[in-house]
Design a protein around this ligand. Structure first.
Ligand SMILES: Nc1ncnc2c1ncn2[C@@H]1O[C@H](COP(=O)(O)OP(=O)(O)O)[C@@H](O)[C@H]1O
Ligand SMILES: [Mg+2]
Length: 265
C-alpha cells in the first residue's frame, strides 16, 4: 500500500471510529420493583453507554441500592426490562462482565485475611491456575495504588485503603461494568478527589463503564459524564453540573439542600 493510500485508509478508520455507534452497557426500560407489596422503583428508563461514568444520587431509602442489585440480577423486576451488554443480568454475571462493590462489606474485625486474600476471594470463580490468579490480584492492587499493603490485615486498613482493596477485588477478574455503592463513605475530601481520579483512570485505560451511588454531589460532578437521581422514580438524568442546582436537589431530596462546594481545582 502506498503512503497516500495508507493515510487515506487511516483517515477512513478515524471517521469510522468517530461515527461508530456507542455500545449500550446498561439498558433499563419501564423497570418496576416491588418488595413486600411496596413499590421501591417505579417506571425507571435509562441507557448507560460503554465507557461512561455515571453517578446515582438521591435520598436514603430512595431505591439506589435496589437499583444496583437489579442490574446484578440479585433482585428481579416486577415489570420491565434490564439488559447488561444486551444480556439478561444473570447471564452477564455468569460471564463475569460485572464487578460489584456493595455498600457494606461485612468483614469481622478479628478476621486475619490480608489485603491480597480479600482480592483472591473475589476471584474464586475464575478457572485459572492459582499463580495466574495471584498475578492478576497483585496487578489489581498495584492499579489501585495499594500493592504495598498486600500483606497487611484488611481489618487494620483505613476506610479509604479498604475501599481501594475492595475495588481491586472487583476489577481483578477483569469485568466490563463496575457497580460501586457509596464507595467514598468515610473518606475525607482529598481522598475523594484522588479516588474519583482513579475511577477516571480505570475508564480511560481499561475501558470500564462505571455506575456509582454517591452523596458527594459537591465533588462528584467534576468526574462523571452523567448524573442520575433516583427517588423511587428517576427524577433527573443528564449534565452532572446540574446536580449542584439547589432547585433540582430540593426536588430530589424532598428538602432544601445546600451543596458543599470545594473551591480547590
Ligand atoms: N430486603 C428488603 N425487603 C423489603 N424492602 C426492602 C429491602 N431492602 C430495602 N428495602 C426497602 O427498599 C427501599 C429502598 O432501599 P434502598 O434501595 O436500600 O435505598 P437507598 O440505597 O437509596 O438508600 C427502602 O424503603 C427500604 O426499606
Ligand atoms: Mg443504599
Amino acid at each position: 500500500m502506498s503512503e497516500g493510500e495508507k493515510q487515506k485508509s487511516s483517515s477512513q478508520e478515524k471517521v469510522q471510529n468517530r461515527y461508530r455507534p456507542l455500545k449500550v452497557a446498561v439498558n433499563v426500560e419501564h423497570l418496576w420493583v416491588e418488595r413486600n407489596g411496596k413499590t421501591i422503583l417505579e417506571d425507571i428508563n435509562l441507557k448507560i453507554y460503554e465507557r461512561e461514568i455515571v453517578a446515582i444520587v438521591g435520598p436514603n431509602g430512595g431505591g439506589k441500592t435496589t437499583f444496583l442489585k437489579t442490574l446484578l440480577g440479585l433482585i428481579k423486576p416486577t415489570r420491565g426490562k434490564v439488559e447488561i451488554f444486551n444480556l439478561p443480568p444473570e447471564e452477564a454475571v455468569k460471564r463475569h462482565l460485572i464487578g460489584y462493590v456493595p455498600q457494606k462489606i461485612n468483614m469481622k474485625k478479628e478476621s486475619c485475611l490480608s489485603a491480597l486474600d480479600v482480592v483472591l476471594l473475589g476471584m474464586w470463580f475464575l478457572k485459572i491456575p492459582k499463580e495466574e490468579k495471584i498475578k492478576k490480584a497483585l496487578q489489581a492492587l498495584e492499579y489501585m495504588n495499594v500493592l504495598h499493603l498486600k500483606e497487611k490485615r484488611f481489618s487494620d486498613l483505613s476506610g479509604g485503603q479498604q475501599q481501594r482493596v475492595n475495588i481491586a477485588r472487583a476489577i481483578a477478574s477483569e469485568p466490563k461494568l463496575l457497580l460501586l455503592d457509596e464507595p467514598t463513605t468515610g473518606i475525607d475530601f482529598a481522598g475523594q478527589q484522588t479516588f474519583y481520579q482513579l475511577i477516571q483512570k480505570l475508564r480511560d485505560e481499561k475501558g470500564f463503564t462505571v455506575v456509582m451511588v454517591t452523596h458527594d454531589v459537591g465533588v462528584v460532578w467534576k468526574y462523571v459524564d452523567k448524573a442520575v437521581c433516583i427517588n423511587k422514580r428517576l427524577h433527573y438524568h443528564g449534565d452532572p453540573k446540574l446536580i449542584l442546582d439547589p432547585k433540582i436537589l430540593e426536588k430530589i431530596y424532598n428538602a432544601p439542600v445546600v451543596p458543599l462546594y470545594h473551591q480547590h481545582p
